[in-house]
Write a protein that binds this ligand. Structure first.
Ligand code: MD6
Ligand code: FE
Length: 207
Protein backbone atom coordinates (compact mmCIF):
# COMPACT_ATOMS: atom_id res chain seq x y z
CA UNK A 1 0.00 0.00 0.00
CA UNK A 2 1.33 3.45 -0.92
CA UNK A 3 1.32 4.73 2.67
CA UNK A 4 3.22 8.02 2.97
CA UNK A 5 2.34 8.81 6.62
CA UNK A 6 0.34 6.86 9.22
CA UNK A 7 -3.03 6.22 7.52
CA UNK A 8 -2.23 8.47 4.52
CA UNK A 9 -2.33 6.69 1.17
CA UNK A 10 -1.28 8.36 -2.08
CA UNK A 11 -2.34 6.72 -5.36
CA UNK A 12 -0.55 8.55 -8.20
CA UNK A 13 -2.50 8.38 -11.45
CA UNK A 14 -5.40 6.49 -9.92
CA UNK A 15 -7.68 7.93 -12.61
CA UNK A 16 -6.44 7.49 -16.18
CA UNK A 17 -7.15 10.09 -18.89
CA UNK A 18 -10.61 8.80 -19.86
CA UNK A 19 -11.62 8.48 -16.19
CA UNK A 20 -10.46 12.06 -15.53
CA UNK A 21 -12.53 13.20 -18.51
CA UNK A 22 -15.59 11.31 -17.22
CA UNK A 23 -15.15 12.82 -13.76
CA UNK A 24 -14.76 16.29 -15.30
CA UNK A 25 -18.11 15.83 -17.09
CA UNK A 26 -19.77 14.96 -13.79
CA UNK A 27 -18.23 17.95 -12.03
CA UNK A 28 -19.17 20.33 -14.86
CA UNK A 29 -22.76 19.14 -14.39
CA UNK A 30 -22.53 19.78 -10.63
CA UNK A 31 -21.23 23.31 -11.28
CA UNK A 32 -24.06 23.94 -13.75
CA UNK A 33 -26.57 23.13 -10.99
CA UNK A 34 -24.61 24.67 -8.10
CA UNK A 35 -22.47 27.58 -9.33
CA UNK A 36 -18.98 28.17 -7.93
CA UNK A 37 -18.96 30.61 -5.02
CA UNK A 38 -16.34 32.23 -2.80
CA UNK A 39 -16.26 31.45 0.92
CA UNK A 40 -15.13 34.11 3.37
CA UNK A 41 -12.79 33.46 6.26
CA UNK A 42 -14.40 33.50 9.70
CA UNK A 43 -13.95 36.79 11.59
CA UNK A 44 -11.67 38.54 9.04
CA UNK A 45 -14.21 38.14 6.24
CA UNK A 46 -11.35 37.91 3.73
CA UNK A 47 -12.17 35.87 0.64
CA UNK A 48 -10.52 32.48 0.19
CA UNK A 49 -8.38 32.18 -2.93
CA UNK A 50 -10.22 29.08 -4.17
CA UNK A 51 -13.73 29.02 -5.60
CA UNK A 52 -15.94 26.17 -4.48
CA UNK A 53 -19.14 24.23 -4.73
CA UNK A 54 -20.41 20.90 -3.41
CA UNK A 55 -22.42 17.82 -4.21
CA UNK A 56 -24.05 15.27 -1.93
CA UNK A 57 -26.46 15.82 0.97
CA UNK A 58 -24.20 18.34 2.72
CA UNK A 59 -21.77 20.98 1.51
CA UNK A 60 -18.89 22.76 3.20
CA UNK A 61 -18.77 26.56 3.23
CA UNK A 62 -17.66 29.46 5.36
CA UNK A 63 -18.63 33.06 5.91
CA UNK A 64 -17.60 35.92 8.16
CA UNK A 65 -20.22 35.51 10.89
CA UNK A 66 -21.04 31.81 11.09
CA UNK A 67 -17.61 30.42 10.10
CA UNK A 68 -16.74 26.96 8.78
CA UNK A 69 -19.67 24.59 8.55
CA UNK A 70 -21.76 22.17 6.53
CA UNK A 71 -25.05 23.27 5.01
CA UNK A 72 -27.68 21.31 3.05
CA UNK A 73 -28.20 24.17 0.57
CA UNK A 74 -26.18 26.39 -1.74
CA UNK A 75 -25.58 29.80 -0.10
CA UNK A 76 -26.59 31.77 -3.20
CA UNK A 77 -29.24 29.70 -4.99
CA UNK A 78 -30.79 28.29 -1.80
CA UNK A 79 -31.18 24.96 -3.60
CA UNK A 80 -30.07 21.58 -2.23
CA UNK A 81 -26.64 20.48 -3.47
CA UNK A 82 -26.76 18.20 -6.54
CA UNK A 83 -26.54 14.48 -5.81
CA UNK A 84 -23.17 12.79 -5.49
CA UNK A 85 -22.31 11.20 -8.87
CA UNK A 86 -22.28 7.39 -8.81
CA UNK A 87 -18.69 7.46 -10.05
CA UNK A 88 -17.63 9.16 -6.81
CA UNK A 89 -19.57 6.69 -4.67
CA UNK A 90 -17.80 3.85 -6.49
CA UNK A 91 -14.33 5.38 -6.00
CA UNK A 92 -15.11 5.94 -2.30
CA UNK A 93 -16.01 2.26 -1.93
CA UNK A 94 -12.95 1.11 -3.84
CA UNK A 95 -10.41 3.24 -1.96
CA UNK A 96 -11.80 3.60 1.55
CA UNK A 97 -13.89 0.45 2.05
CA UNK A 98 -15.81 2.54 4.58
CA UNK A 99 -19.25 1.00 5.23
CA UNK A 100 -21.22 4.24 4.83
CA UNK A 101 -21.28 6.52 1.78
CA UNK A 102 -19.74 10.01 1.76
CA UNK A 103 -22.14 12.78 2.74
CA UNK A 104 -20.26 15.71 1.26
CA UNK A 105 -18.04 16.30 -1.74
CA UNK A 106 -16.33 19.69 -1.70
CA UNK A 107 -15.20 20.89 -5.12
CA UNK A 108 -12.32 23.41 -4.91
CA UNK A 109 -11.23 25.27 -8.03
CA UNK A 110 -7.72 26.77 -8.00
CA UNK A 111 -6.48 29.51 -10.28
CA UNK A 112 -2.72 29.64 -10.99
CA UNK A 113 -2.06 31.70 -7.89
CA UNK A 114 -4.51 30.10 -5.47
CA UNK A 115 -3.35 28.13 -2.44
CA UNK A 116 -4.74 26.61 0.70
CA UNK A 117 -3.20 27.35 4.06
CA UNK A 118 -2.25 24.62 6.50
CA UNK A 119 -5.47 23.33 8.11
CA UNK A 120 -7.08 20.36 9.77
CA UNK A 121 -10.38 19.01 8.46
CA UNK A 122 -12.28 19.11 11.72
CA UNK A 123 -15.75 20.42 10.95
CA UNK A 124 -17.05 16.85 10.82
CA UNK A 125 -18.56 14.99 13.77
CA UNK A 126 -17.10 11.70 12.56
CA UNK A 127 -13.29 11.49 12.65
CA UNK A 128 -13.27 7.72 12.20
CA UNK A 129 -14.27 7.98 8.57
CA UNK A 130 -11.48 8.66 6.09
CA UNK A 131 -11.33 11.62 3.72
CA UNK A 132 -10.77 10.90 0.04
CA UNK A 133 -9.30 13.52 -2.30
CA UNK A 134 -9.14 13.46 -6.11
CA UNK A 135 -7.27 15.96 -8.26
CA UNK A 136 -7.65 17.17 -11.85
CA UNK A 137 -5.60 19.60 -13.94
CA UNK A 138 -2.33 21.18 -12.85
CA UNK A 139 0.06 19.71 -10.30
CA UNK A 140 0.24 21.24 -6.87
CA UNK A 141 2.72 21.01 -4.05
CA UNK A 142 0.78 19.43 -1.20
CA UNK A 143 2.03 19.54 2.38
CA UNK A 144 1.16 17.00 5.05
CA UNK A 145 2.25 17.58 8.63
CA UNK A 146 1.20 16.09 11.92
CA UNK A 147 -1.43 16.57 14.60
CA UNK A 148 0.03 19.91 15.69
CA UNK A 149 0.50 22.89 13.42
CA UNK A 150 4.21 23.12 14.24
CA UNK A 151 4.94 19.42 13.53
CA UNK A 152 7.38 18.73 10.76
CA UNK A 153 5.81 18.09 7.40
CA UNK A 154 6.43 16.34 4.12
CA UNK A 155 5.71 17.93 0.75
CA UNK A 156 4.83 16.01 -2.40
CA UNK A 157 3.17 16.60 -5.74
CA UNK A 158 -0.52 15.91 -6.26
CA UNK A 159 -1.06 15.54 -10.00
CA UNK A 160 -4.02 15.03 -12.30
CA UNK A 161 -5.76 11.74 -11.55
CA UNK A 162 -4.11 11.28 -8.16
CA UNK A 163 -6.11 10.02 -5.19
CA UNK A 164 -5.17 10.69 -1.59
CA UNK A 165 -6.84 9.02 1.39
CA UNK A 166 -6.37 10.40 4.89
CA UNK A 167 -7.45 7.87 7.49
CA UNK A 168 -6.45 6.81 10.98
CA UNK A 169 -3.93 9.21 12.58
CA UNK A 170 -3.45 11.29 9.44
CA UNK A 171 -7.18 12.08 9.34
CA UNK A 172 -6.37 14.76 11.91
CA UNK A 173 -3.06 15.92 10.45
CA UNK A 174 -2.48 19.47 9.29
CA UNK A 175 -2.21 19.79 5.52
CA UNK A 176 -2.45 22.38 2.78
CA UNK A 177 -1.58 23.37 -0.76
CA UNK A 178 1.64 25.42 -0.91
CA UNK A 179 1.15 26.36 -4.52
CA UNK A 180 -0.02 25.34 -7.93
CA UNK A 181 2.95 24.23 -10.04
CA UNK A 182 3.50 25.27 -13.65
CA UNK A 183 2.51 22.07 -15.42
CA UNK A 184 2.95 21.39 -19.10
CA UNK A 185 -0.01 19.62 -20.72
CA UNK A 186 -2.12 19.53 -17.60
CA UNK A 187 -5.02 21.73 -18.56
CA UNK A 188 -8.28 20.76 -16.93
CA UNK A 189 -10.21 18.25 -19.06
CA UNK A 190 -12.44 19.86 -21.71
CA UNK A 191 -15.68 19.92 -19.68
CA UNK A 192 -13.96 22.11 -17.06
CA UNK A 193 -11.68 24.08 -19.39
CA UNK A 194 -11.34 27.75 -18.57
CA UNK A 195 -12.50 27.49 -14.95
CA UNK A 196 -9.01 27.49 -13.49
CA UNK A 197 -5.78 25.53 -13.26
CA UNK A 198 -6.65 22.73 -10.84
CA UNK A 199 -9.74 21.12 -9.35
CA UNK A 200 -9.67 19.10 -6.14
CA UNK A 201 -12.54 17.07 -4.73
CA UNK A 202 -12.68 16.02 -1.09
CA UNK A 203 -15.25 13.43 -0.04
CA UNK A 204 -16.18 13.12 3.61
CA UNK A 205 -18.56 11.73 6.15
CA UNK A 206 -19.92 14.58 8.21
CA UNK A 207 -22.35 13.26 10.84
C1 MD6 B 1 -6.41 20.17 -2.10
N1 MD6 B 1 -7.04 19.13 -0.07
O1 MD6 B 1 -5.80 19.17 -2.44
C2 MD6 B 1 -6.87 20.38 -0.70
N2 MD6 B 1 -8.18 17.57 2.90
O2 MD6 B 1 -6.65 21.07 -2.90
C3 MD6 B 1 -7.39 19.01 1.21
O3 MD6 B 1 -7.55 19.97 1.94
C4 MD6 B 1 -7.56 17.65 1.75
O4 MD6 B 1 -6.45 16.60 -0.05
C5 MD6 B 1 -8.37 16.37 3.46
C6 MD6 B 1 -7.94 15.22 2.86
C7 MD6 B 1 -7.30 15.27 1.67
C8 MD6 B 1 -7.09 16.51 1.08
FE1 FE C 1 -8.30 19.50 3.89
Amino acid sequence: MPEIAPGAFHYPGFLDGPAQEALAREIAEVIAQAPLFVSLMPKSGLPMSVRMTNCGPLGWMSDKDKGYRYEPRHPETGKPWPPMPQMLLDIWDALTGYPKPPEACLVNVYSDDAKMGLHQDRDEADFDAPILSLSLGADCRFRLGGPRRADKSIAFVLAAGDALVLSGPSRRFFHGVDRILPTVHAELPAPLAGLGARVNLTLRRVT
